[in-house]
Design a binder for this molecule. Sequence first.
Ligand SMILES: Cc1cc2nc3c(=O)[nH]c(=O)nc-3n(C[C@H](O)[C@H](O)[C@H](O)COP(=O)(O)OP(=O)(O)OC[C@H]3O[C@@H](n4cnc5c(N)ncnc54)[C@H](O)[C@@H]3O)c2cc1C
Length: 336
Amino acid sequence: MQTQKNISLRPYNSFHLESMASEFIFIKSSADLQNVLEQPGINPALVLGGGSNILLTKNVEGLVLKIEIRGIEELKEDASHIYVRAGAGENWHEFVQYTMKRNWGGLENLSLIPGCVGAAPIQNIGAYGVELKDVFYELEAYDRKEKKIFSFGVNDCQFDYRNSIFKTSGKGRYVILNVTFLLHKNPVLNTHYGAIREELNRMGISSPTIQDVSRTVIKIRRSKLPDPADIGNAGSFFKNPVVDQHVFLSLSEKYADMPAYPHEDKSVKLAAGWLIEQCGWKGFREGDAGVHKNQALVLVNYGKATGQQIFDLSEKIGKSVYSKFGIELEREVNVF
Ligand SMILES: Cc1cc2nc3c(=O)[nH]c(=O)nc-3n(C[C@H](O)[C@H](O)[C@H](O)COP(=O)(O)OP(=O)(O)OC[C@H]3O[C@@H](n4cnc5c(N)ncnc54)[C@H](O)[C@@H]3O)c2cc1C
């Protein structure tokens, strides 16, 4: 374990943004992490997983911890479930594929989400009608304040739509070491999501397996989302706004075709991408910072944009959506 100096973070973020870290270290085990964090005067500036949900707007003056804690372990099982623990540095999609090969259900709808296992609880990742919280059992995290490892059950994590305690009151305090999932030996599929059903029908699959669902999700995602290997991006830049019924009703009187989905407690989730598109941003480009031509929710780096330029573009988008619809967009991406 060696601290490196003046490291470019461009290879470590999916926006491919330049940002220099004054110090950088790979963390390969809990012991590594404890050794580093228990040294006097150490206060890491940034924890990185796969860098697929971060916007680096400046250099990092301080230590970057790149989490590479690996390992997948079957902890226990009962008649219908299996408890599987994965290290925070495991690649998320490879882990999903590992579970698919063993016929353990639960993660199929979350196939092909970039990033690492340790970051998945941070924003309670979700796609195609499933969220991390639906398959979560517990996690272990190092508490930088108490200098101890704690376990967090599902209620401790305070999961919400693209949110958890790790993005709110516990932000910056915990380093996630591993996550344990509760997977199903007799999976119940979640194929209500329109696009999944349509694609399964197109493929003539009437009794899908979890592997079919996973393949379908992969196919849909590849056709819809820009691949960061081709063009820098961090997926959805903003969250879909959740509004009260009365806000929804007054907007839908004016915009009859506005997409909306029922959310918890009778609130309504609107499509941030649609709102942005209505303001004319889809396909917009200013220098190398832009809005994807097919997905208004995805901001992109065409090559040499800086994080600050992408941030400034996101500010302008947020202001125009507010002035047209009176709705404040919240960034999903973590800004550093
Ligand atoms: C093309 C594309 C599609 C995407 N689609 C989806 C989607 O469908 N659904 C979805 O929810 N997300 C999606 N995302 C966003 C992203 O993939 C997820 O949020 C993912 O979980 C981020 O993982 P990461 O390891 O890359 O996190 P990073 O970007 O490295 O980190 C994200 C945040 O978590 C913190 N962090 C990372 N690891 C740890 C750790 N071990 N302990 C404590 N803090 C940590 C970081 O400091 C940062 O604040 C997409 C991104 C891209 C590029």
